[in-house]
Design a protein around this ligand. Sequence first.
Ligand SMILES: [Zn+2]
Length: 416
Amino acid sequence: MKRRSLSKQTLLSAAWVYPVSQKPISNGALLIEKDKIVDIGLQKELEKRYPRSKKIKLKNSILLPGFVNTHCHLVHDYDEKASRDFSTWFKSMVSSVKKNKKTSKDLKQIVKKGLNELIHSGVTTVADSGPTDFPLKQLKKRGLRAIFYQEVFGFTEAQPDKFSKKIIETLKQNQESYPDRIRLGLAPHSPYTMPTKMFRDLSRLCLQEKIPLTTHVAESKEETLFFQKGKGALAELFPGRKKQIARAKSSVQYLSANRVLGSHLLSAHCVQVDSKDVSLLANKDVNVSFCPTSNQFLNVGTAPVHELLKRKVTVGLGTDGASTSGSLNFFQTLRDAALLGRLECDQVIRLATLGGATAMGMEKEIGSLKKGKKADCVAIKIPKKGLEAKELSSYLVWKGQSKDILFSMVNGKVLF
Ligand SMILES: [Zn+2]
């Protein structure tokens, strides 16, 4: 897949332009110059205004902002033997990381397959976390926009203070070798794996150095039990952590007491949260990644997405890794968000684009089709008979499929 640079002005037109931040435009167009959207409107008017532009006619399709996947692990592969019980699955995940059986060649193939699934289901931005920087090279090569979060566990570190400072320094240094569209962030794995002081320090350093931060929060009932009573499967798995934690009513309240919550945090899952937790997330401006497919796979429940949205918490959608979602096909995530989150389809599309962009701190650059924003967009084929404006979001959610993705662009460059 070779990316082409568009040298001059390019006019993309489609049966529908669905900007998300404004009403859909029938027979609409976007004018792209270098990496940015410089105009948006009716195809006829834009063709008159920019007669010398190169025309790409996407005809019978919906042109919309590329999807933003706010939680992913490109190195996790689908495993037909995977348990659907959270703590059993987690134990086997930890032991497979320790055994480290996968070769570089295996990992390369897994990441490649995952990226294909993302790109061919309309994703143009991904928040990916992993213990090794394997996906980075491929993200750079394939042209996606991304935050790659270096995943850390920390409980085995002999000199925690040194470790924290060093990892932040390394991220700052490594950032220099990546283009603007790829940012490096940090992913302390979870409040139950990361030592308390280390988590507090890392969060403070990330805030100070403007390094994106993500973690898994309140995913399972076992996690709540771990914080409330220091008991259960997770406490057995991490006996050392048990002594360090001050008893808290919940994972969110533990993070709040340790000053980890803030607008710099993207917190994945937030399934096991009560109304006090939701208030804390809202008051501290924490961003949430709603991962309905993965949560259902591991039988942990569904995040109270209506309550989160009602309290104005920023919510984006995430696939999580293929080991708990089967594949990284984002259309599955759209459908599961609608079904399990009981969301309206236009709300689903909003979370999948602008919601995700805001959750990743990128709302000024991407997430909607607007003058001045980066040219990140995809076109999805629609039936020949056409659709009405009010049918677009439901078509995308219920009927969208990979084979109908006609076009994808990131940063003004055509992915395919
Ligand atoms: Zn995850």
